[in-house]
Design a protein around this ligand. Structure first.
Ligand code: HQG
Length: 181
């Protein structure tokens, strides 16, 4: 089983275009595992016998914890771009969170803060290593922004847990961001 291909298809279905897979997410992003499987089985010859075990293995072997499978349902933990925003419960963030991005983008963020852009939420990392990896997707030499998360939360910015390494926020005003000099 090509786990990368499977993970990409599952993310596409659960984050971006579920209607292409004849799926409808509930308000917390869950869909039935059986419905997802039956849609994926018709996508590729290799997936003809796809089972829940394959999904569990794909999630377990993945480099990041992108999906969660529970009680016959599956959802993406972050990354959504669907027009209808998922219901998330605000949570108390750690003192500091990080965001890796390109130097050019940083200039824009200095003006308008961190915005979700094409996704439902801004994505933040708990550690600098993860944030650097995220930033490397955007630039060879990414910049690291430090978000004063606890202070921002105390001022009314809502934060939500994605997985152990990823936190989400609706947006982060520039006043709560420490930019590298
Ligand atoms: C930038 C991956 C202009 C922001 C990663 C980023 C992550 C602004 C880009 C997850 C801006 C959005 C998400 C503003 C923010 N003006 N640009 N005001 N505010 N931006 O890819 O956070 O592998 O949608 O800096 O690991 O890079 O898919 O978000 O560069 O966890 O599981 O707008 O996706 O996970 O880019 O990455 P993205 P991201 P997966």
């Amino acid at each position: 089983m090509n786990n990368l291909q499977l993970s990409k298809a599952v993310s596409h279905a659960l984050r971006h275009e579920p209607w292409l897979y004849e799926l409808e997410l509930d308000d917390e992003g869950w869909v039935s595992v059986e419905e997802l499987l039956s849609s994926l089985r018709s996508e590729k010859l290799e997936w003809l016998d796809l089972s829940e075990v394959d999904l569990v293995e794909m999630i377990t072997r993945s480099d990041k914890k992108r999906h969660e499978l529970q009680n016959g349902k599956i959802r993406a933990l972050y990354g959504h771009s669907l027009p209808d925003k998922l219901l998330k419960t605000p949570a108390e963030p750690p003192e500091v969170l990080y965001h890796g991005t390109s130097p050019d983008t940083m200039v824009l963020i200095q003006k308008s803060g961190l915005q979700p852009m094409n996704r439902q939420y801004v994505h933040l990392s708990v550690d600098t290593g993860t944030a650097k990896q995220v930033g490397c997707r955007k630039a060879r030499t990414p910049v690291l922004l430090e978000v004063q998360a606890k202070v921002a939360a105390a001022s009314g910015v809502a934060f939500y847990r994605g997985n152990d390494l990823v936190w989400l926020a609706d947006q982060i005003p520039a006043q709560f961001i420490v930019f590298p000099s």
